[in-house]
Design a protein around this ligand. Sequence first.
Ligand code: PSU
Ligand code: MN
Length: 304
Amino acid sequence: MTKPDFLDLSPEVADALAGNRAVVALESTIIAHGMPYPRNVETARAVEAIIREEGAVPATIAVLAGRLTIGLDDAALERLGQVPDVAKLSRRDLPSILARGGDGATTVAATMIAAHLAGIGIFVTGGIGGVHRGAEESFDISADLEELARTPVAVVCAGAKSILDLPKTLEYLETRGVPVIGYGTGSFPAFYSRSSGIELSQRCDDPKEAAAILRAQAALGYPGGAVIANPIPEADALPAEKMDSVIGQALREADAQGVAGKDVTPFLLGRIVEITGGKSLEANIALVKHNARIGARIAMALAG
Ligand code: PSU
Ligand code: MN
């Protein structure tokens, strides 16, 4: 594939890809809209360090001055984490910002698109977007799900937050043929807690097994990606009942304030951190770091 001229790879990432070494993509919406400053930037750096420790190369992705940038330097991470109102970019938003210029943070969907253009097959984050509660009325279904159905990038995450309708999210992924693979678990993780109680039909128990499944999927020539659902470590998990009531409050506030469209997810994420006095943030950081370690190991297994 010829590299589009709006794509910028950092020298480290370009080198690793040219040498067929393990590279792990990371999103930037989690930095700009998923966590407060300065923990967002600290976490972004810590996650990159974990991926390096495991022998892989991290590639954080964002749009900077209208360039789709793969592999951010420290100044760029700081800017995305600090500047208020950085644009949140999903699939639909990329063409305009690349044409017009400007900065923006990429969601799971947009990060998958960029990773695939660059030739990166593994992507680590916290949680994916999904079918929102009440979607039968609002039609609010994250473009992340459709992206998973069409772009061949595997996303290592801790499932999805129960701000979403998790059964409907899994039904959607099933309909679109996206493998959802429990990593060391038979049930779908619920982000802050290890299990949503929903059984998964597929699991793997180590990086080699995950890599074998992804290789088989690639050999089948499927257009889409996969979800590797890695539960939060036991020691960092929060009680599900407690988080359900926090999430319930955040959802009621969003409704009362008429929050809609792309603002829904950032609003809920921000309120959950505030209502829990930062406890949810600690859990979020712990699970992202854990995903980084597992994702890097899977990338190493795929490259090796
Ligand atoms: N869920 C989280 N943290 C996040 C997001 C989701 O627990 O930071 C972000 C991701 O970037 C995801 C996006 O792709 O929100 C989904 O937004 P929407 O629901 O508007 O598609
Ligand atoms: Mn939405």
